[in-house]
Design a protein around this ligand. Structure first.
Ligand code: ATP
Ligand code: MG
Length: 254
């Protein structure tokens, strides 16, 4: 059910960057995403909310080509990505930072960052490092340390930096807050907001509703594999829909 009182698309940029239509995904015979349609527009910060198991990560993995689609289409910046492999989605300009900072523990910070450039430069592109170190000074200081020596929060920042170094047009972040301290979460969302201000589109999945809505301009609410609501972040902040949905179900933050 859309909130018809305020037209959901009002105030959004016109240019659609990521366009997902009627997406269906199944694990074996069990379909868990039942025809999801949504879009991310140029320069937007879109948040996808939903309880545990709603299908958020599955939707993201299907976009990135990490799980097969049972049906539906994905278009990005005019290209049809409905049937491509993960590397091609990266080349098209979509980078996804997976849930639970998947970085290489036994490599240094710098080598982890270089891995983020491999899709375009198989031997790594060192010319990208300076800009990333300027953006993430905490990584510059630790560039020669093993990733395993970083705190959980620093590892998550490294995972985000590893995504950003790949020069995406759309950065997808799957619950970057997972298990981290509030200050670190704020830092990561702050970085995402800065990247968005610099022209990158952001698609963020997050359970910390208030924090996520602070930076977002548009929100999709996913319930059991369907889009249950779509509206501006302002309307979501002002309304009680999110509170109702999360009552007793999601995590609360402030
Ligand atoms: N590899 C898998 N094999 C089978 N079922 C899976 C697999 N991954 C997820 N599922 C199921 O698909 C449904 C959607 O899971 P998904 O991880 O997409 O949810 P989510 O919204 O990301 O949840 P969370 O907030 O806990 O990360 C759940 O019922 C889950 O148990
Ligand atoms: Mg998930």
């Amino acid at each position: 059910m859309m909130n018809l009182a305020s037209p959901p698309q009002a105030g959004r940029p016109e240019q659609i960057l990521l366009d997902v239509r009627d997406l269906r995904v199944a694990y074996g015979k069990a379909e868990v995403v039942h025809g999801v349609s949504f879009d991310v527009r140029a320069g937007e910060f879109v948040v996808m909310l939903g309880r545990n198991g709603a299908g958020k990560s599955t939707i993201l993995h299907a976009i990135s080509g990490l799980v097969p689609k049972r049906g539906g289409t994905v278009h990005f910046a005019g290209q049809d990505l409905s049937r491509v492999a993960p590397r091609e989605t990266v080349l098209a300009g979509i980078v996804q930072v997976l849930e639970g900072h998947r970085i290489f523990q036994t490599l240094t910070v710098e080598d982890n960052l270089l891995i983020g450039t491999y899709a375009r430069a198989p031997r790594g592109d060192r010319t990208k490092l300076d800009r990333i170190y300027a953006m993430f000074p905490e990584m510059a200081e630790r560039r020669h340390q093993l990733a395993s020596r970083l705190s959980g929060g620093q590892q998550q920042i490294l995972a985000v930096a590893q995504g950003v170094i790949g020069d995406p047009q759309l950065l997808i972040l799957d619950e970057p807050s997972g298990g981290l301290a509030p200050l670190v979460i704020d830092r990561i969302l702050e970085v995402a907001a800065q990247l968005c201000a610099a022209g990158l589109a952001i698609l963020l999945v997050e359970q910390l509703v208030e924090k996520a809505l602070r930076h977002a301009n548009f929100v999709y609410l996913i319930e059991t594999g369907r889009v249950a609501a779509a509206d501006s972040a302002q309307a979501m902040r002002d309304g009680d829909l999110v509170r109702r949905v999360y009552l007793g179900g999601g995590k609360h933050d402030s």
